[in-house]
Design a protein around this ligand. Structure first.
Ligand SMILES: Cc1cc2nc3c(=O)[nH]c(=O)nc-3n(C[C@H](O)[C@H](O)[C@H](O)COP(=O)(O)OP(=O)(O)OC[C@H]3O[C@@H](n4cnc5c(N)ncnc54)[C@H](O)[C@@H]3O)c2cc1C
Length: 277
């Protein structure tokens, strides 16, 4: 779709060129959402895809994904990790989360992890990934400083996050300790390829990494909920933890009513617990 209000498109090549100051200045990443509907408030697009960020950096302490890394690159990483990092048992989760997005291969080759997280939709599949793998987000402030935070702190509601004017999501770090964990993934949607109504992911850390259990709930709720346990909980402990999700935090849209989402989340969480026990 043409964005008829756009007057300028900027292509910053380094951080110093990245000035997002005026109302109407808008970061452009893959553009799959920006160009999918009218954006009457947008006057200037600031294309961050020419900043030269390495999309994926593999280190012993984990993976750094640039905000501009595409979903198809993240999905392909699953196969790369099987040979290059066989101890990172969570590798399949990368592809599973990329597949939880209602999108064709054309969208996946263009959409970025940063765009998905910054949209902050409940069904943001990259938010599911980062929440389940204890990811840390790095945000650039316009004054040249940075700060880091977790996905659960970044997304604060339906399409709402903590980004202030001029701030840019720079990267996501997934720690090796979480990547070494065993994961179980469940997604439910009204149609096989439809937008997710609930995504429930469990992670059981190796004994070397403390043997803890993490359960993340996304899509079913307006923001991510992550529950951490020192070991695999029993069914009733898990149910009780889930009951802490406030009634008004369940997503309510055409993809499912809140009471249904709460019920299927409990069911999927028990399946995940059982699989990882
Ligand atoms: C067919 C289709 C299906 C989709 N299905 C889903 C779905 O199931 N679930 C879901 O959550 N979404 C879905 N989306 C939306 C999807 O999240 C986005 O298309 C995609 O992930 C956004 O990435 P992008 O790089 O294209 O972002 P863009 O469209 O470029 O940007 C999206 C928003 O994020 C901002 N932004 C982008 N990068 C940054 C950054 N690094 N720092 C600060 N702000 C930034 C932009 O200013 C804009 O407001 C779908 C879109 C399409 C077209």
């Amino acid at each position: 779709m043409d964005l008829i209000g756009v007057e300028t498109v900027s292509f910053p090549a380094c951080r110093d060129d990245l000035s997002i100051v005026e109302r109407g200045d808008t970061v452009l990443a893959g553009g799959t959402w920006l160009f999918s509907q009218p954006q009457p408030q947008v006057r200037r697009l600031i294309d961050i895809t020419r900043l030269g960020w390495d999309p994926i950096i593999l280190r012993d302490n984990g993976i750094e994904l640039a905000a501009t890394c595409t979903l198809s690159d993240i999905s392909a990483l699953t196969d790369r990790l099987v040979s290059s990092r066989p101890s990172w048992l969570a590798a399949p989760l990368l592809r599973q989360c990329c597949s939880a997005l209602l999108a064709s291969f054309k969208i996946c080759r263009t959409a970025t992890i940063g765009g998905n997280i910054c949209l902050s939709f409940p069904a943001g599949a990259m938010i599911s990934l980062v929440s389940a793998l204890d990811g840390t987000l790095t945000v650039w402030r316009p004054d040249g400083s940075d700060y880091t935070l977790k996905a659960g702190e970044f997304v604060v509601g339906d399409a709402e996050n903590v980004l202030a004017r001029g701030e840019v999501l720079r990267a996501v770090h997934l720690p090796a300790s979480a990547l070494r964990g065993r994961t179980a993934f469940r997604k439910i949607a009204p149609s096989a390829l439809g937008r997710s109504s609930a995504v429930v992911i469990g992670r059981r850390d190796s004994e070397h990494d403390g043997g803890g259990f993490v359960l993340s709930v996304t899509a079913a709720t307006l923001r991510p909920f992550v529950f951490q346990f020192p070991a695999i909980p029993d069914a009733s402990t898990l149910r009780e933890a889930l009951s802490a999700i406030p009634t008004d935090a369940w997503t309510n849209d055409v993809h499912g009513d809140p009471d249904w989402r709460a019920a299927v989340t409990a069911l999927l969480a028990e399946q995940v617990r059982d699989e990882l026990t």
